[in-house]
Design a protein around this ligand. Structure first.
Ligand code: HEC
Length: 145
């Protein structure tokens, strides 16, 4: 075969290949109904805020939507108040908490919501409702009396 002939065969083969590939691609349809396909294409993790009806697996706040004081403590306050980092009054340390508790709940609530020194505002739980935060504060201070 001459070089030109070989080249022609090559081009023809390429053309057939392209046609085959194109037609196969045209026939490939993902399995399932449109609704099922749409559901599969949903983003994996969705932002779920306090009070939202997010539900479902994969959302951190699935279920009732509200956290108990103990749950908030374990998730947010624990990092500092169980280690004493940055001079945080230790959980259950009556001596450390006595002078704070003596200031009264209104002052403690003020510190909890707005922060105090190295204590960050809302104890870093920005998604907590006031009720959840208040329960966490009561939980922390209640263990030290
Ligand atoms: C990043 C560390 C950190 C986290 C997280 C943290 N705290 Fe604190 N907290 C502190 C420190 C430090 C103090 C002492 C602040 C001071 O007296 O200057 C403190 C003090 C307090 C006080 C006493 C305030 C006062 O007026 O004397 C309360 C109440 C309190 N924290 C509650 C909480 C609760 C509830 C959470 C979780 C929602 C939380 N903290 C999370 C570090 C933290």
């Amino acid at each position: 075969m001459s070089l030109v002939a070989k080249f022609c065969v090559f081009v023809a083969a390429l053309g057939v290949l392209t046609l085959v590939t194109a037609s196969v691609h045209g026939e490939v349809v993902p399995p399932g109904t449109d609704a099922e396909i749409r559901e599969r294409l949903q983003p994996f993790g969705r932002l779920c805020r306090t009070g939202d009806e997010c539900g479902g697996a994969g959302t951190a706040r699935a279920g009732s939507g509200t956290m108990t004081g103990e749950q908030v403590y374990n998730q947010f306050c624990f990092a500092c108040h169980s280690t004493g980092v940055s001079e945080s009054p230790l959980f259950g340390d009556a001596q450390a908490w006595a002078p704070r508790i003596a200031k009264g709940v209104d002052v403690l609530w003020e510190s909890t919501t707005n922060g105090l020194g190295l204590m960050p505002m809302r104890g870093t739980c920005m998604n907590c409702s006031d009720d959840e935060l208040r329960e966490a504060m009561d939980y922390v201070t209640g263990q030290a009396q």
